[in-house]
Design a protein around this ligand. Structure first.
Ligand code: FMN
Length: 371
């Protein structure tokens, strides 16, 4: 597709040159473009023409929601909900904003993003920078009231990146859930931020997980599907224990697998370059192997009705197929959008339809592996 190639070979190198070593500024630039596109119907139609491809073979109903295609936008691209509706024109089948935390937070100090062009990957050390639940809710509602789009929209919720006791951390999640639950289609609970204080504690022991889920049961409406976002570096024995705990909480419908990895073994980028950013998790192809293995593990060990959303390294139809064949029902992407632009969505969805037809499959659901 010409628009996809134009972006990859002309626009992207130009943008990378203009914003050399200024990844956050580049992101800001794209978000401002998105905000501008949202205001102008003609620009939105143009974007939709370039990026969106709908076909009945791609649609499925999962957890009571209708997904026109299996590819969603993962957490972290639209942290403060600036492009809630535009995800539709960008070609996504669903999408989430966040991570949102109860209180605003500037994130970690210093350089926090580093592109690794050799690996088409990115090092992230942002530390849950966001405007907090109140300001984000205001921006979210403004967009939601302005027009409605036919794809599910979720919120990704994390705990504010400050030192808190376990109880305070739980209360932090609950505050944000209660602010948004009646207005969003689904809720992602981020239990796996590698760059924030206390980000991983709720998966460390079954007692911690139970305390958190009991609070959701007792203090939230839990009338929307909840998905738990997992750490790809989590030991499998902890994943197994978590699956057992989750079985008791019917509103937790499944898992998003996975967040960023701290493992750098899969990278081709030189150690010298990597040493410039010793902290931070990796997004992109370098996390794919780990997250696909965890998707397969959860599919093998969780009840059949569990929804799995595969995330990590998606930028082609082959990647979507790999994740679904490992056991995912849906997928998400983040880094792929940075390296390939939303025009890639049209290509992936078209290629998926071609693949389904070639294999004689009657819909996308048939790609998901079950035990
Ligand atoms: C710039 C950036 C910011 C991110 N911020 C968040 C975040 O706030 N919350 C979250 O749950 N995941 C966040 N992530 C992780 C992604 O959602 C995703 O789990 C990870 O990048 C692997 O997917 P990918 O290979 O498609 O990027 C972020 C990723 C990137 C690249």
């Amino acid at each position: 597709m010409i628009s996809d190639k134009l972006y990859q070979y002309i626009a992207l190198p130009l943008i990378f040159r203009i914003f050399k070593d200024k990844e956050e500024e580049a992101h800001r630039f794209f978000m401002s473009l998105g905000v501008a596109y949202e205001q102008v119907p003609l620009l939105r139609s143009g974007l939709k023409y370039l990026c969106r491809y709908d076909h009945p073979l791609l649609a499925q109903k999962i957890a009571g929601l209708y997904f026109p295609n299996p590819i969603g936008l993962g957490g972290g691209f639209d942290k403060c909900c600036e492009m809630y509706n535009l995800k539709y024109e960008c070609g996504f089948g669903f999408g989430e904003f966040g991570s949102v935390t109860a209180l605003p937070h500037p994130g970690n100090p210093g350089r926090r993003l580093m592109r690794l062009p050799k690996d088409k990957s990115i090092i992230v050390y942002l530390g849950l920078n966001n405007h907090g639940r109140e300001a984000t809710f205001h921006d979210f509602m403004k967009q939601k009231r302005s027009r409605s789009v036919p794809i599910p929209g979720g919120i990704n919720i994390a705990k504010t990146n400050t030192e808190q006791s376990l109880k305070e951390g739980i209360a932090d999640y609950v505050l944000t859930i209660n602010a948004f639950e009646s207005e969003v289609d689904y809720i992602t609970i981020n239990l796996s931020c590698p760059n924030a204080t206390g980000g991983l504690q709720f998966c460390e022991t079954p007692e911690n997980a139970k305390m958190l889920f009991d609070a959701f049961r007792n203090d939230c409406r839990h009338n929307k599907p909840y998905f738990l976002k997992l750490d790809p570096d989590m030991p499998y024995k902890n994943v197994r224990t978590l699956i057992d705990v989750v079985t008791g909480y019917e509103f937790i419908k499944g898992y998003i697998i996975s967040n960023l990895t701290r493992n750098r073994d899969e990278l081709k980028t030189s150690g010298y370059v990597l040493a410039q950013m010793p902290n931070g998790g990796i997004g992109g192809p370098a996390v794919a192997k780990k997250s696909n293995a965890m998707v397969a593990f959860v599919r093998d060990n969780a009840p059949r009705e569990t929804v799995i959303i595969g995330l990590g390294g998606v930028s082609s139809a082959e990647h979507v197929i790999e994740k679904m064949e490992a056991g995912a029902n849906l997928v998400q992407m983040v880094t792929g959008l940075i390296f390939y632009s939303p025009t890639r969505l049209k290509r992936i969805n078209r290629d998926l339809v071609k693949y389904l037809k070639k294999k004689g499959l009657k819909d996308i659901k048939q790609l998901t592996r079950y035990v």
